[in-house]
Ligand binder design. Structure first.
Ligand code: SAH
Length: 515
């Protein structure tokens, strides 16, 4: 690879088929290095969380605004940006060289003398087989597989595809881009001698929680697909191997498969919940209602840090509080030793875990995770002691009252600021309107209130019907009730894990509405 400092590099990266976790390790590395990411319409936007680069979409899906860049223009952008010395990632659905025009982009780069690298991706067919339980090369059923474009009209004489050979192909056929032409494809295969009762399947939105799989036979599959209203992106599979699906399809068995779940946490902190959602087979819908920002006046926090040795206890009621304090300590040139004399209290396991990131152990974590429980757990230990609480710019004051009643001297300092989101993202509103958002998870009273404030009146009646709300604690549920939001389930342990468990229980309960 060239080490020419003047010219950057272009990575043609396969993003995988849809599930963001199927990006390769190399692909992830590229996203983290990138100065510019140009991505196509099949790329899951969740992948863009992995890059701090400017990201632009080069195609648009139906109904979504945005300019479409043609191939020439994309090539020009790649070349021009690399010539500025930048690292460019061209992120393409599936694998860049499988029906992806990646090789045309590579040729343009080669011609322009731009150093480039091609990072393969998991192509849709391979991924769809895995997620739908169909092995194209099952030892007893098929010894070959062909990836075929379904884009060309099989009836036109200009078609470069030889349907006579395809009909005789000794193995599994997988058609990309063929859904709109499925009737002609099936007809041509049958006309050229393939039996009409050959097993056939269509897999739509493979590897995504919206995945749908239809199975049937070659002569009937087109009618089935039309009746079911399947849409692209879809693959057509023809061959005996389809029959094993019954035994080994696993993805559709995930406990929350197909559910769409509104994640209201600040974007930066949504990572764990996105993972959890995907792990359960559900689609995360990011709809942050609150963002976390540094305090208006960091001087106050600095002053508190300078006086840490005057205190006996530090108490934390959120992960944000821990990170805000210790990141600031580091930024101003100090380190964790400034708290070596202090006892540390954390409201729950996640907050304690945040302390572990700084290699600190909590001296006290209550058994239940509300401010009231934290105060009771601290009460026997804090009489006459000085307590510092680095907290959010707003929130409940229970801790101040209870610890004062326990004869502690408590001081607070604003370590971070909560900022309300100005609006709900369009995607969340569209799903709400269509009755397709199954859950919204509420993790604090402020989040519940903000949801109520931003919810368009027209969709309020959906709540409790097509969209259910889950609250992390009774305090959050009460705040929701006060603004007229119905709560379907409340976590038994007041943590994110508890919240997920309550949703799982509600979905698995025999009384839960089925879709
Ligand atoms: N380079 C891509 C293919 C691009 S062509 C790859 O390697 O996967 C676009 C076609 O890919 C779609 O028409 C569809 O047939 C298929 N496809 C892409 N993603 C898909 C998905 N998640 N589920 C089903 N088919 C998909």
């Amino acid at each position: 690879m060239s080490v020419n400092k003047q010219v950057g590099r272009v990575f043609l990266v396969g993003a995988g088929p849809g599930d963001p976790r199927l990006l390769t390790v190399r692909g992830l590395w590229c996203l983290r290095q990138a100065d510019l990411v140009l991505y196509d319409g099949l790329v899951n936007p969740l992948l863009l969380r992995e890059t701090s680069a400017a990201a632009e979409r080069t195609s648009r899906a139906a109904g979504v605004d945005g300019r479409r860049l043609d191939q020439e223009e994309i090539n020009r952008r790649l070349i021009a940006t690399a010539r500025e010395g930048k690292t460019v990632v061209r992120l393409k659905g599936g694998d860049p060289f499988v029906f992806g025009r990646g090789s045309e982009e590579a040729a343009a780069l080669a011609e322009a003398g731009i150093p480039f690298e091609v990072v393969p991706g998991v192509t849709a067919a391979v991924a769809a087989g895995a997620y739908a339980g169909i092995s194209f090369t099952h030892r007893e059923l098929s010894s070959a597989v062909a990836f075929v474009t379904g884009h060309e009209d099989p009836v036109k004489p200009s078609s470069r595809l030889d349907y006579e050979s395809l009909a005789r192909f000794p193995g599994t056929l997988v058609f990309y881009m063929g859904l709109d032409r499925l009737p002609e494809i099936a007809k041509s295969l049958i006309e050229h001698g393939m039996p009409g009762d050959t097993p056939a399947a269509v897999i739509c939105k493979a590897t995504l929680p919206a995945q749908r799989t239809l199975t049937g036979t070659l002569d009937g599959i087109a009618t089935q697909v039309q009746a079911a209203g399947l849409k692209p992106p879809s693959l057509i599979i023809v061959g005996e191997c389809i029959s094993q699906r019954e035994h080994i399809a696993w993805f559709e068995q995930c406990p929350l498969f197909g559910q769409r779940i509104g994640i209201t946490r600040p974007l930066k902190q949504a990572g764990n919940e996105i993972e959890r959602c995907l792990d359960l087979g559900a689609q995360p819908v990011l709809m942050p209602l609150i963002e976390i920002k540094p305090p208006d006046d960091p001087g106050l926090l600095d002053a508190a840090i300078a006086r840490l040795n005057e205190f006996d206890w530090l108490v934390f009621t959120s992960v944000n509080g821990v990170r805000a304090l210790f990141d600031r300590i580091w930024e101003i040139g100090l380190d964790s030793r400034v708290v070596s004399r202090l006892k540390l209290a954390a409201i729950g396991p996640a907050t304690a875990e945040a302390l572990h990131e700084y290699r600190l152990r909590a001296d006290l974590v209550p058994e239940s995770y509300r401010s009231e429980d934290l105060a009771s757990a601290m009460t026997p230990h804090v009489k006459g002691q000085r307590v510092l609480w680095p907290r959010a710019s707003r929130g409940r004051d229970v801790l101040i009252e209870s610890l004062t009643a326990a004869e502690a001297q408590i001081e607070t300092v604003v370590a971070y600021r909560h900022c309300d989101a100005e609006s709900l993202p369009d995607q969340a509103i569209e799903l709400l309107e269509a009755g397709q958002l199954d859950w919204i998870l509420l993790s604090s009273p402020a989040i519940a209130r903000r949801l109520s404030a931003l919810l368009p009146d027209a969709v309020r009646p959906q709540l409790g019907q097509s969209t259910r709300l889950a609250a992390i604690s009774p305090v959050t549920a009460d705040a929701a009730h006060e603004c007229g939001l119905p709560i379907a389930t409340v976590a038994e342990t007041f943590t994110w894990e508890g919240l997920w468990e309550s949703v799982l229980k509600a979905v698995q309960s025999p009384f839960a509405p089925r879709k």
